[in-house]
Write a protein that binds this ligand. Sequence first.
Ligand SMILES: Nc1ncnc2c1ncn2[C@@H]1O[C@H](COP(=O)(O)OP(=O)(O)OP(=O)(O)O)[C@@H](O)[C@H]1O
Ligand SMILES: O=C(O)[C@@H](O)C(=O)CO
Length: 415
Amino acid sequence: MALIGCIADDFTGGTDLANNLVKSGFRTVQTIGVPDTAPEDVDAIVVALKSRSIPAADAVRQSLEALTWLQTQGCEKFYFKYCSTFDSTAKGNIGPVAEALMAALGCDATLFCPAFPATGRTVYHGYLFVGDVLLNESGMEHHPLNPMTDASLARWLDAQTRGRVGVLGADVIKRGEQATRRQLAALRDAGHTLIVTDTLRDAHLTTIALASRDMPLVTGGSGLALGLGALYSAPTSEVAALPEAGGGALILAGSASNRTREQIEHARQHMPIRALDPEALHRDFSATLDAIEQWAVPRLGSPLLIHSDTRPEIVRKAQQSLGVEASGALVERALAELATRLVEHDIGRLIVAGGETSGAIVRALGIGSQRIGPEIDPGVPWTWTESDFGPLHMALKSGNFGAPDMFTRAWEIIE
Ligand SMILES: Nc1ncnc2c1ncn2[C@@H]1O[C@H](COP(=O)(O)OP(=O)(O)OP(=O)(O)O)[C@@H](O)[C@H]1O
Ligand SMILES: O=C(O)[C@@H](O)C(=O)CO
């Protein structure tokens, strides 16, 4: 019987959350969608969906299905995981999914805690910061699918929901669990059902987790999981040793985030690298992939990187001529097909950059669940999985996570 049932709105976010749950002492498994079989001997289950950027009604339906399944696994506390940069639009999907989960669980209030201080995401007076800049000045305002143009989480959430949004301030949270619990109750009494929590440092995550002990549902980035260990008396897990790694090493990046761009620039000095042009894919999909495959196969003896060309003018051009969704889907399909073509050539270690991109690749490789292993950087663990193509060490990297040298350093961790 698992204790904590989690629903993640993308696959990199799922492994990020699973990683923090393991750090908090929970034996954790991540499943890709609702699985056919129930995991055994686990404290926490993360059901990873690809529901961040789909129509809100579909995201709600998939999330409720995951919730129903997690309830049958005996979970008593539920956690809706979304991005630490609150990726969503005025139509959703964070607000509608949270309100649907609240209704299904019969809870009158929940909290919204996207912060993850170790990766620079903090919240103050309800405004989300990335490092020392506001969310809407961090580059996230240019995100191809979910441009984040306002750092006020209260305003953002208000546009997506029916309930009343309130902010639980850092001045209260720093006074500890009792003060925070009282303020939560006061906000609820005043009719606030959706409560955005400030968070400046990890200690605040523990305070928030303890003060929300009675809430059946919490929502947030992965940071809050670092506080949840304090709620349960017998954390048991240690980060699992993964089977020995071997085989070729490949990085597939479809992420358009600033940090991925820095990592690609760093990798350029150290490994063969090739860009994927959406216009060329549109002109002749198969021929473009054939050319990349022919380039890659003789070079698979050491790590190599294939990435989508995300220079703003290229993305703009592709989006204008093909449409935002269609151009994104085209690039995802190309990277997923390259993954299936190249793992056939004895790839044993794969890093994927980008949540949507990871979703497409994980599905194409027929992956059902992942074991969480050692962390490369905050929020990015190595995982091990049995794919349709054989065993695979895989790291799913969220767009803005990982140090600039992650693509060259990651391999040492599983040597
Ligand atoms: N040149 C391009 N033109 C159009 N769309 C692109 C281009 N390059 C990448 N994309 C699309 O942009 C989206 C990037 O989303 P993805 O979630 O993979 O990365 P991210 O947003 O940086 O990461 P995360 O969601 O983990 O923060 C994908 O759908 C991808 O296919
Ligand atoms: O919370 C985060 O930032 C990540 O896990 C993620 O979901 C980015 O796509």
